[in-house]
Write a protein that binds this ligand. Structure first.
Ligand code: ADP
Ligand code: MG
Length: 363
């Protein structure tokens, strides 16, 4: 297991990059602690696989360094980095038994057969593969084959880190749910450093202690599920995490607060101080979970007039949509006595309302 540091790391696949868009990874520096469970989360094409491949040594970065426990490994090949990898599709030996597939990385390192057996049993048990150990891999379903790949990734206790690149893509949805939870348990039990790439927020949030959110080659926030939900540091995090994501409304500064679609919204003293002198695009953000709907004419000065455009009963809550000037606002409500077409007031609780300047949070 190792502490992983990325120092001024950047990567362009093009030979003469000039514009920021030429970079698959924009300059980044960060440190991931030993024994952590990290997820790299972001939409397709944002640079997740590139970052993972730089850590494993499959891709050499154009700039910067990768350090494992303080040691510069940037120029070392994958084999010399002591890394285990699990890919989207099963990588196993079809002609070998399940047991021998799991044993391979250990035998390869010269483990004694008695120790191999013990460790293979432990990992097989965690992944519910004990009943299949004697079977030849070729006859198994793709789900079982991918479980073997996971097992092969997890079997060595002495790796610097195990890297997973969207490993549950081929897995049946029900088993996917179970495996996600399993991987979390395995992390606690085996105490390995895990880095897990996914574009699926549920997968990232269930698996990881720390989620690294990426967009367009940049890391915009690293945090716990709670931090990403309650205090998104970037509008992208607000919008990408949550279902539906955060309501983000353009606004302008005004003496009394901010102006949203022509209406004045009062802001807290702290937010006012953070916004004073702001240059550029200002955005007010509030999650659908925190928006309140009150009757027209009520609610005080943290409210805006809006019109109900849709109300859907989702079983556990109502998902309501409102029109506010040109913008749409979503709210998850316990109860709503308004119907589409009604005029209402939307309350943005000041302690749950966040402010962004050029997409970065200031208050
Ligand atoms: P993700 O894994 O988040 O989907 P990738 O790291 O695969 O993203 O890709 C990031 C960007 O780099 C994309 O624009 C992609 O087209 C580009 N890219 C990825 N691999 C290569 C490559 N081998 N050669 C050229 N461009 C690449
Ligand atoms: Mg990828």
């Amino acid at each position: 297991m190792a502490r992983i540091e990325l120092v001024d790391l950047a990567h362009a696949y093009k030979s003469n990059p000039t514009a920021p868009a030429d970079y698959a990874l924009r300059p980044m520096s960060m440190e991931w602690h030993d024994g952590g469970a990290y997820a790299l989360l972001g939409p397709s094409g944002c640079g997740k696989t590139t970052l993972l491949n730089i850590i494993s040594g499959l891709v050499k970065p154009s700039h910067g360094k990768v350090l494992f426990d303080g040691k510069d490994v940037t120029q070392l090949p994958t084999e010399a980095r002591n890394i285990a990898q699990v890919f989207q599709f099963p990588v196993i030996y079809d002609t070998m038994t399940v047991h021998d597939n799991l044993a391979f990385p250990l035998r390869n390192r010269g483990w004694k057969e008695i120790e191999v057996k013990k460790r293979v049993q432990q990992v097989a048990q965690m992944l519910e593969l004990t009943g299949d150990l004697k079977l030849r891999a070729s006859g198994l379903s793709v789900d079982a084959k991918q479980k073997i790949s996971l097992g092969r990734g997890l079997v060595r206790p002495d790796v610097a880190a195990v890297l997973f690149d969207e490993p549950l893509t081929v897995i049946d949805p029900h088993l996917k749910w179970l495996l996600r939870r399993k991987l979390k348990e395995i992390h606690h039990e085996l105490k390995l450093s895990l880095i897990y790439v996914t574009h699926d927020q549920v997968e990232a949030l269930t698996f990881a202690d720390q989620v690294v959110v990426m967009t367009q080659g940049e890391v915009v926030q690293t945090g716990s599920a709670q931090a990403l939900f309650e205090e998104p540091e970037h509008t992208f995090v607000g919008y990408f995490i949550g279902n539906p994501g955060m309501n983000l409304l353009d606004c302008t500064l005004d003496d009394g607060g901010v102006r949203v679609a022509g209406q004045l919204l009062a802001v807290s003293a702290a937010a006012r101080a953070a916004l004073s002198g702001a240059q550029g695009k200002i955005t007010v953000g509030v999650r659908p979970e925190f928006v309140e709907c009150v009757k027209a004419g009520e609610g005080g000065d943290h409210c805006l007039d809006a019109t109900v455009t849709a109300v859907r009963n989702m079983g556990t809550h109502y998902l309501a949509e409102f029109q506010l000037g040109g913008a749409t606002v979503a709210a998850k409500l316990r109860a709503i006595d308004a119907v589409a077409g009604n005029a209402v007031r939307l309350r943005f609780p000041p302690q749950r309302t966040l402010y962004y300047v050029n997409d970065k949070r200031v208050a």
